[in-house]
Design a protein around this ligand. Structure first.
Ligand SMILES: Cc1cc2nc3c(=O)[nH]c(=O)nc-3n(C[C@H](O)[C@H](O)[C@H](O)COP(=O)(O)O)c2cc1C
Length: 303
């Protein structure tokens, strides 16, 4: 990352080479005879592993200040059972109470993105971006834009071109498989029901610069972390596929209205979105969806 300076405080450094072991960009070179050498600090991906692993506080990093680094030992330990319980208990929520979520609660949920994995290599890609939409009028505008996008998408999917292409294109077949879902939601909308945003009191969009290596995965990872935290706080969420596609102009590039309304920078794209609100109904069970685990291990290859 441009402008990053990294130094090793030789008074504190014990030459244990831990920084060299954990740095994914191999910025520290280690030898027992000398303090670590630093090369190509501009390749730093700001993961903070060098600071995290050094028990002597010997790394000085211009971007990662001491205050921005939380001590893991100061945080609540989480048992595997508790973690699994959160993963299992989270369900998509599609019926919400007519109750606002306090701004500070939404902020806290949004800010958890700053701890999520990202494949970005420096610069703007490291900054996590969440746009929060609340307020009846704003949410209605998002809904209207999304419906407009969905109508255009329905027309596209029902056209001859997609039908022909779907004979050989798996992607086109994937698109066609969403047609019943799309039709159902539009029909409900025409009948005055909202089966798109589900009258949720808040919407969160995650966006990222298009010129970073893994923006989709970065935003999805962040969204899922927010969903889990929201659940742990007694809130409900639902992934908003149609809304995120509308905001991204997915497959309909000329559709730019929602992105503009959200004031997402031109060089960014919206990659994921979710509703947020207080669940109106209690859900009592969770299905386990078949998960196939395939092993390539020494045992399986010798069998
Ligand atoms: C990429 C993606 C897009 C989705 N879009 C929608 C959507 O537009 N509307 C909706 O009601 N649910 C949507 N969902 C939620 C799924 O329907 C839901 O996760 C799935 O049915 C499993 O249920 P669960 O979340 O309760 O475990 C989406 C999920 C994903 C991963």
């Amino acid at each position: 990352m441009k402008g990053v300076s990294i130094a090793v405080n030789e008074e504190k450094c014990k030459r244990d080479g831990l920084c060299a072991k954990v740095c994914p960009m191999r910025i520290f070179t280690h030898s027992k005879e000398s303090y670590p050498n630093i090369r190509n600090p501009e390749h730093c991906v700001i993961c903070g592993q060098c600071l995290a692993v050094c028990p002597h506080g010997a790394i000085e990093h211009s971007t990662l200040s001491g205050e921005g680094l939380a001590k893991i030992s100061d945080l609540h330990p989480v048992s595997a059972e508790a973690m699994m319980a959160v993963v299992r208990q989270r369900r998509s929520v599609r019926v919400y109470k007519d109750k606002e979520v306090p701004r500070e609660v939404i902020e806290e949920i949004a800010r958890c993105c700053g701890y999520c994995p990202t494949g970005a290599h420096g610069g703007e890609g490291w900054v996590r971006n969440v746009t929060v939409v609340t307020g009846r009028e704003n949410l209605r505008r998002v809904l209207d834009y999304t419906v407009e996008y969905m109508k255009r998408m329905k027309k596209l999917l029902e056209g001859v071109m997609v039908k022909v292409v779907s004979r050989w294109s798996l992607e086109a077949r994937g698109g066609l498989s969403t047609l019943p879902d799309l039709t159902l939601r539009l029909e409900e909308y025409e009948q005055g029901r909202d089966a798109i945003l589900y009258h949720a009191p808040a919407l969160l969009f995650v966006h990222a610069p298009k010129d970073t290596p893994t923006p989709q995965a970065d935003c999805d990872a962040a969204l899922y972390a927010m969903m889990l935290l929201a659940h742990a706080k007694g809130l409900g969420t639902c992934w908003m596929g149609w809304v995120q596609n509308a905001a991204a102009g997915f497959k309909i590039r000329s559709f730019r209205g929602l992105k503009g309304f959200l004031r997402v920078p031109e060089h960014h794209n919206v990659y994921s979105a979710m509703t947020l609100g207080y669940p109106a109904l209690e859900l009592h069970s969770v299905p386990f969806r078949e998960t196939r685990v395939t092993w390539l291990s020494d045992e399986s290859s010798s069998a």
